[in-house]
Write a protein that binds this ligand. Sequence first.
Ligand code: GLU
Length: 302
Amino acid sequence: MTDNTSILRGRFAPSPTGRMHLGNVFSALLSYLSVKSKGGEWLLRIEDIDPQRSRREYAEMLMDDLCWLGLEWDGEPVYQSDRSEIYERYFEELAEKGMTYPCYCTRADLLATQAPHETDGRVVYRGTCRNLPPQPGKAAATRLIVPDEDIPFTDGHYGCFSVNLTEQVGDFIIRRKDGAWAYQLAVVVDDALMGVTEVVRGRDLLLSSPQQMYLARLLGFASPQFIHLPLLCNSDCQRLSKRDRSLDIGSLRSRYQSSELLGLLAFLAGLQPKPDPVSAKELVAQFSWDKVPTKDIITHFE
Ligand code: GLU
């Protein structure tokens, strides 16, 4: 049998809720280059746990787009929608440990209990339902109790952080009111069971890392190394919007060769001095995290 533990594994974990966007292509490319430059494997996981928003056609287009880009994944793609029984097992384990409780709050309740400074769109949960008696028959989300302690972590690109989950996140949802598994639970279980050793993704998910580390610790898993990426912005320094149709891959494919698009992205990532056409394989040899900026990247894509 091969020794699984010594293999470096990265992954790309898109949600098939629409066509890939320039920002997704950037994350896919850098997660591929990061692990391939170290001789590791790059896995593909389709995060289709939200039945209302995920579509099989988008997953298929996504794979076609990755092939067009020359980003070939190793092994078979993993679909989260096939893994409900696995999530159930770990969910039960957390429940048996007394780490979860039902939450009956509506979105309006959550917003009503917000402190005025929490204006960045994040809802810090104040534990409203933590000590309520269960109300059988009433639809509830399930939350995980978080500790009131600093969780230190070192991001592979941004350095050291310390996050107090009680203050910055609150008890978070691991199963939604409609029964769907929450991203945080599924991602931790899958990264661990798939043997993922590094997670490369946009820095908008930075605060997910301490949540995932905490959840991994409760389940007895080692955490992967987290490496976050700067975001791509427009000339007003605003994050590129998914609504900008000209930056979805369907539109990009009609205007660029894949080598041209990769050349532009590699230039933005600091991997080459000019936006010359290049293949993903050629970029592997040139890749180093030292070249990639930490500041968000202004793009002038048309
Ligand atoms: N499905 C998530 C997304 O597309 C993945 C985030 C992650 O890489 O952990 O945002």
